[in-house]
Design a protein around this ligand. Structure first.
Ligand code: HEM
Length: 350
């Protein structure tokens, strides 16, 4: 619920040990370190040092448990957790147009570090990885800059790499009844996840060079909002209501295949909390930037959240300009409550 910070390091890890005790011990060590790191201190005696003297910079750390932590792809119940896997925590289904690289998808665990200083986020992840040596191994990682969503009404809406305001119609922290309905897990499927949520990541490459060839009015028809103000087409201001009945030149002002039309709750029938970041990971080796949106969404149920919206986007006019290259889903346990609490306690303490 922290208003989205400007920088991200996201890391997915695989658990290397078969010892449930070692895993639990690491989660306790991580929690102790995270308490210090989010207060602007070092991670403990062996800290790597590169954040010495820096302020906490709004650092938040969020952990998640992937489906493979509960049951491996070959059906092994490595940690006695199989019966505790909430039914909604399953691998995401394939979607048309996916170009997933399995080496940068999935993972047994994840850590999301968000901060306003990239050095602080990177330092936190590095030290958790250090403290997890022998228990976990990094599977893949993603750096992000320039939050692509506002998650609080107090924040100005940022722009994504397509040049459009992103996050205007996002769920906002102030709207607690919508968060209860769409983001927080209640006693839905597994008691241990009560007060938690599900996190979906998608690394979405944008074909920015092709996008940049499009005149702005064509780009606006694809998104369904104006480029400068971010207003719904047919309206003037960013926060004017989206009017799907508005007509322009005899046609719907907001085209029926536009991104906003298809993803809006009126059409998708659901809502998600978006909290993604931009990335530029060098080039693709073929003369184009490997740039895009590291999409992160939080929802109460992946199937009724991301999956439902993404299915609805199968005819999205934006699709020729994007490629999904990585995918993952995690269950995030409820936040740490007091000084004795630790990440995952409700899951591991039966
Ligand atoms: C690179 C890929 C994407 C880009 C550039 C993008 C961009 C945008 C922009 C500019 C808006 C309008 C401003 C706003 O209300 O936030 C928007 C809205 C939205 N997007 Fe995306 N988006 C992308 C992918 C996705 C994906 C994968 C999903 C979910 C499966 C999604 C779900 C939504 C939703 C739910 C809205 C709000 C619609 C409304 O209620 O009006 N977007 N997106």
């Amino acid at each position: 619920m922290t208003p989205a910070q400007d920088r991200l390091q996201f890391v997915a890890l695989d658990v290397m040990t078969d010892s449930r005790d070692a895993l639990v011990e690491m989660l306790k060590t991580w929690t102790t370190a995270a308490r210090r790191l989010t207060a602007g201190q070092d991670s403990g005696p062996e800290d790597t040092g590169e954040a010495a003297g820096l302020p906490p910079s709004g650092l938040t750390l969020t952990v998640g448990f992937g489906p493979t932590l509960f049951t491996t792809p070959n059906g092994d119940d490595r940690f006695g957790l199989a019966s505790r896997r909430p039914a909604p925590l399953t691998e995401l289904p394939p979607f048309p147009g996916d170009r997933l690289d399995l080496a940068i998808s999935g993972g047994d665990l994840c850590v999301q570090a968000c901060a306003n200083d990239p050095q602080v986020a990177v330092h936190a992840v590095r030290n958790l990885v250090r403290l997890g040596a022998g228990v976990v191994r990094v599977r893949w990682s993603q750096l992000g800059f320039g939050r692509t969503s506002s998650t609080s009404t107090a924040q100005a809406t940022p722009r994504n790499l397509l040049g459009f305001k992103d996050g205007t119609a996002n769920l906002k922290a102030e709207n607690s009844s919508a968060l209860d309905q769409f983001v927080w897990v209640g006693e839905d499927a597994a008691a241990w996840l009560d007060g938690g949520t599900y996190l979906v990541t998608r690394r979405i490459r944008m074909l920015v060079e092709n996008w940049d060839q499009m005149p702005a009015p064509d780009q606006e028809a694809i998104i369904g909002r104006t480029k400068s103000a971010g207003a719904p087409l047919g309206q003037r201001e960013e926060f004017d209501p989206t009017d799907f009945n508005a007509v322009r030149g005899g046609q719907p002002a907001i085209p029926r295949n536009s991104h906003v039309f298809l993803s809006h709750p009126n059409n998708a029938g659901t809502a998600i909390l978006r909290r993604g970041y931009s990335f530029v990971d060098g080039t693709d080796g073929a003369g184009q930037l490997d740039a895009g949106l590291f999409f992160i969404a939080f929802q109460r149920d992946p199937e009724r959240g991301f999956v439902q919206v993404q299915r609805n986007l199968s005819g999205d006019a934006l699709n020729p300009f994007v490629q999904h290259t990585s995918s993952a889903v995690f269950a995030c346990p409820p936040g740490v409550r007091d000084a004795d609490d630790w990440w995952g306690r409700t899951l591991f303490e039966a």
